[in-house]
Structures are given as structure tokens and as C-alpha cells.
Design a protein around this ligand. Structure first.
Ligand code: HSE
Length: 344
């Protein structure tokens, strides 16, 4: 099937997907009968462009590399805001990759609502809308016979939500625990090597793991959001952000890390959601794990999830949790899932 794509937001993640789409166009067509035209891009910083017949994406990437505004793209409608782009373009699929606001979901929440309401599919790595209104958004998608997929909200392109919902279908999952924030795991790893907290955080920012405001990472808010997403999708819960008890890593000192190492333990920021007699209970907090724990060896920016299941016991997946290509890839997986569903 041929998709008409509109990028709402075209930062690192959007560009990551665009690069994969350009590079793999022929293979995707041959292997999955997946084809596409990017008809619109609307980005707060880079400008906005819409061309009904499709944009030359190599030209777009060249303009972005040269810091030229997309408003200068020739023979096209330019300057539309995200909502105008969603409403007025002929896109059938919206890639929502603007910045995330975990507390309110906005403005991404408006973008996703508008797109689904218009009858467009949505693929997104934006945590805000999923944390705040996933049930309502999925209901709207179902009503309008379109898809809303967000695999990259947890563990970027490393299978997480899809793994639980598709590959572990038929298993009852009673608990998920894991390392879902790359920045904090990187900081704790570097502290174990003797680096001070502040320097490690600076490095995590330089390497692009941290959110625009790294408070969200180190205080555990990013992990809290991902825990809500896992709780409300895979575990069938109905939690809000504040229902997840949260403690970040800011109170862990170099001394604590050193002491734990000497005792044969390692500090990790653990996200946990589990089924109890009273419903789903979830928390994010630093835990001192013994070295033989399946999550203790997960180092640097790498993430991991451990699922407790009835038929398989414990299943652990380890992989990247952030990054341009890794998160861009999660959007490709979502697009291919929609492609497969439409071809059924
Ligand atoms: N800031 C996040 C992290 C990025 O460090 O894991 C991916 O959500």
C-alpha cells in the first residue's frame, strides 16, 4: 500500500525515520509492499511545507542540513501550522513527533485528536498523549477505522509494547519491571566508573539521551510516564501519572554507588508495574540489585524490560531506549504494522 505521510514535528526522531525511509524505499516496497509519499512537514523551528503530489525528501533533508527554512521549498504551500497541516493536507497518516509534555499531553494531544478525528492513522513516539488519554484516543481510532500506534514511547525501537501485545499474546503478564530511562542508567554507569553526577549528566545531555529538560529524566518523570503507558496498555490499568510512586536518582551519591559495588550490588532506577488484588500498582525508584539479577548487567544508555508471565516465566528484552535511528525505527515498525493490517 502507498501511504501519504505528514510529519508533525521534524526534529531528531522525525529525521531519523525520514533517513530510514529514504534509504530503504526499494526494499520496503519489495519486502512488504510498503510505499510512501511524504506530502507535508510542519515543524516549529524548521518551517512548514505541503505539496499534494509529494515532497522530494532528499531535497528536504538537504535543506535541513543547510539550515534553510522549509518555508522556502519551491512550488508548495508553506507556513501552515500543525493543525492546519493535519486538516488541510491530503495525508492519510500523521507522524506525530513534536516535543512531549507528560503532565498535560499538549500540544501533541491536540495533534493526535485532530488527526484521528480527520480519519488519519497516527504513529507517534510522543509519550504525553498516551500517558494522558490513551483509552479515549484508541476508542476514537477504532470508531474512525484507523490506527493509533506508539511503540517508540517505551524503549524506542526495542520491542516493548508490541512484544507484550503480539509476541506474548496468550500469556498473562503479572508484572513488568525494567530500566526504561537511558539517561539515568548512563549516569549510574558512569558514577560506578568514578565520574561525578554532574559531569555524567552533562555527558548524557551532550550525547542526546536526556530530555530537553533533564529534570524529567533524573527525577524519574520520564520513567513514570513510560510506566503509566505500560500499565494502561499492556496491563489493562487506568492509572494517571500521580498514581505511580516516583523517586529519581538525585539522592544517590558517588559513595552509595561505590559502597554497593563493594558489596556486590548495583544501583538501578527500576520501573515496576504489577497486578495485585487491588488492581495495578506501579512505582519508579532506585533499587540496589545483586549482580546476578537480569537487570543488573544492563549498562550505559541501554534499556531493558523483564516480563513475568504464566507460560514462559520471566522474559527479558534488552536494547536501546533512545537515539535518532533507534526511535525513528520504532515509527517504521508502526507503519509496517498498519500496512500489514490494511492488507489483511
Ligand atoms: N530521555 C529519555 C531517556 C529518552 O533518557 O531514556 C527516551 O525516552
Amino acid at each position: 500500500m502507498k501511504f501519504k505521510l505528514a510529519f508533525i514535528g521534524f526534529g531528531v526522531v522525525g529525521q531519523g525515520l525520514a533517513e530510514i525511509l529514504i534509504e530503504k524505499r526499494g526494499w520496503l516496497k519489495e519486502r512488504y509492499d510498503f510505499d510512501y509519499e511524504v506530502v507535508a512537514i510542519s515543524d516549529m523551528k524548521l518551517g512548514s511545507v505541503y505539496r499534494k503530489k509529494g515532497l522530494d525528501m532528499e531535497k528536504v533533508m538537504e535543506m535541513v542540513d543547510k539550515d534553510e527554512s522549509l518555508n522556502e521549498y519551491p512550488d508548495a504551500v508553506t507556513g501552515m501550522n500543525p493543525i492546519e497541516t493535519i486538516k488541510e493536507s491530503n495525508a492519510d497518516t500523521v507522524i506525530e513527533v513534536t516535543f512531549t509534555d507528560m503532565e498535560t499531553g499538549g500540544p501533541a494531544l491536540d495533534h493526535v485528536w485532530t488527526a484521528l478525528d480527520e480519519g488519519d492513522h497516527v504513529v507517534s513516539t510522543n509519550k504525553g498523549p498516551v500517558v494522558n488519554e490513551v483509552k479515549e484516543l484508541l476508542e476514537l481510532a477504532q470508531k474512525n477505522n484507523v490506527h493509533y500506534r506508539f511503540e517508540g514511547t517505551v524503549l524506542s525501537g526495542t520491542p516493548a509494547i508490541n512484544l507484550a501485545e503480539d509476541t506474548l499474546a496468550g500469556c498473562e503478564i503479572s508484572e513488568i519491571k525494567g530500566i526504561v530511562n537511558g539517561t539515568t542508567n548512563y549516569i549510574l554507569t558512569k558514577m560506578e566508573e568514578g565520574m561525578e553526577y554532574e559531569e555524567a549528566l552533562e555527558k548524557a545531555q551532550e550525547l542526546g539521551y536526556a530530555e530537553a529538560d533533564p529534570t524529567g529524566d533524573v527525577e524519574g518523570i520520564d520513567a513514570q510516564g513510560k510506566t503509566v503507558i505500560l500499565s494502561n496498555t499492556v496491563m489493562g490499568g487506568d492509572l494517571e501519572l500521580d498514581d505511580v510512586n516516583r523517586e529519581g536518582i538525585t539522592d544517590i551519591t558517588l559513595e552509595d554507588v561505590k559502597e554497593a559495588k563493594e558489596e556486590g550490588y548495583r544501583w538501578k532506577l527500576i520501573a515496576r508495574t504489577k497486578k495485585t488484588a487491588d488492581g495495578i500498582e506501579a512505582e519508579v525508584k532506585p533499587e540496589k540489585l545483586p549482580m546476578d539479577h537480569p537487570l543488573a548487567g544492563v549498562m550505559g544508555p541501554t534499556n531493558a524490560l523483564n516480563f513475568t508471565t504464566d507460560h514462559l516465566g520471566e522474559v527479558t528484552v534488552v536494547g536501546p531506549g533512545a537515539g535518532k535511528e533507534e526511535t525513528g525505527y520504532s515509527l517504521l515498525v508502526d507503519l509496517l504494522a498498519i500496512n500489514a493490517a490494511l492488507e489483511e
